[in-house]
Design a binder for this molecule. Structure first.
Ligand SMILES: Nc1ncnc2c1ncn2[C@@H]1O[C@H](COP(=O)(O)OP(=O)(O)OP(=O)(O)O)[C@@H](O)[C@H]1O
Ligand SMILES: [Mg+2]
Length: 342
């Protein structure tokens, strides 16, 4: 049986269905992300697991135990909220030790565990500082240390990196993953950042309007998005009309307005070839420099198509250039209609 199980979990706020009949199983030691647009019910789901929001229906099982109506403290979960309130008048060390003191852990044991966890989040040099003397990323790590030190069976993280700049954010993603692996802690993280979800999770749960619409490993989710919404929310996608050839393989229709299928084609799967070659002809209207890649917008008879090419150090294609577009047809993904509006 899975370590953490949500069974038909629901939350209604008056007329608002914040979370609808949600089923989810998380294995011990697994890192699972809840990904979805603003208001889709991510925080509400996490808060029900933490016990800070009452459920309207369904059950929550932890290690086989029904904790649906248990008091938050008795669940013993580690929680890091989006706004991580540290105690301003306490040092880093005292902030981290607080939870253990409340649990009446012996002083020597507190000393040992706090030192270890501060090392883990690489803050041992800053143990005597106050929160106001720390950067945003360091404060975030104190919040993480505070949750980790109680050695909870499950760590719940709600947008733990949302206040950090891009570089620090990436560094902290590695850090969280490293710590999570090292401690082997089962982790459920909420994020609306698809790159973040893809980069650090074992599995990603996509939520829309209170419902789970896809659960997959990051690579599978990116390569095989189920619906139009998911293909656009998880990475960039070109949506094309198409149908199946006589062998049942998906193909793009080159006449506007034709084709019964919606197909998704990732921008990096498309190659730019000399005009006259390829499956489709177009003209580069804009290009953007992304550092490691170039992004081209190409005007074609079936609409604008986004193409991403690796920056191999050579000069990029110029705007205005007429080009051919080529792609492996087996990388066209057939999408299902969205069953919920996000
Ligand atoms: N206390 C509340 N009372 C009434 N409605 C609420 C309450 N809390 C949340 N909601 C509603 O429930 C829905 C889900 O909210 P939730 O906070 O779970 O979204 P979220 O996915 O975490 O969004 P975000 O990415 O913006 O944080 C929203 O429509 C929200 O307005
Ligand atoms: Mg939220």
């Amino acid at each position: 049986m899975a370590f953490l199980q949500l069974q038909a979990l629901c939350k209604r706020y008056g007329a608002v269905d914040a979370v609808v009949a949600t089923d989810l199983s998380v294995e011990q030691g697994e890192f699972v992300s809840l990904l979805g647009p603003s208001g889709c019910g991510k925080t509400t789901t996490l808060q029900m697991i933490a016990g800070f929001v009452d459920v309207s229906g369904g059950r929550i099982l932890l290690d086989g135990r029904d904790i649906t109506h248990a008091k938050p403290a008795s669940r013993g979960l580690g929680v890091v909220f989006q706004s991580y309130a540290l105690f301003p008048h306490m040092t880093v060390r005292d902030n981290v030790a607080f939870g253990l003191k409340m649990r009446k852990v012996a002083a020597a044991e507190i000393e040992r565990r706090v030192s270890r966890v501060l090392q883990l989040v690489r803050l041992d040099q800053h143990a005597q500082r106050y929160p106001r003397e720390l950067s945003g990323g360091q404060r975030q790590r104190v919040a993480l240390a505070r949750a980790l030190v109680i050695e909870p069976p499950v760590l719940l993280l709600d947008e733990p990196l949302s206040n950090l700049d891009a570089n620090l954010r990436e560094e902290m993603q590695f850090e969280i993953r490293r710590i999570q692996r090292e401690v082997g802690i089962t982790t459920l993280m909420v994020t609306h950042d698809q790159a973040e979800a893809l980069s650090i999770s074992d599995r990603v749960v996509v939520m829309q309007a209170g419902r789970i619409t896809q659960i997959d490993e990051p690579y599978k989710l990116y390569e095989h998005p189920r619906t139009e919404f998911i293909s656009g929310f998880v990475g960039k996608a070109n949506l094309l009309r198409g149908d199946r050839d006589e062998h049942g393989a998906a193909q793009v229709r080159h006449q506007p307005g034709q084709g019964v299928l919606t197909l998704s084609l990732r921008p990096e799967k498309i190659d730019l070839v000399p005009a006259g070659d390829g499956r489709l002809q177009g003209r580069i209207v804009t290009r953007y420099f992304l550092g490691s890649q170039w992004l081209y917008r190409v005007e074609t008879p079936i609409g604008d198509i986004t193409v991403v090419r690796r920056n191999d150090g050579d000069a990029p294609m110029n705007e205005g250039t007429v080009v051919g577009l080529e792609w492996p047809s087996e990388l066209l993904r057939v999408l299902s209609a969205d069953e919920v509006s996000a």
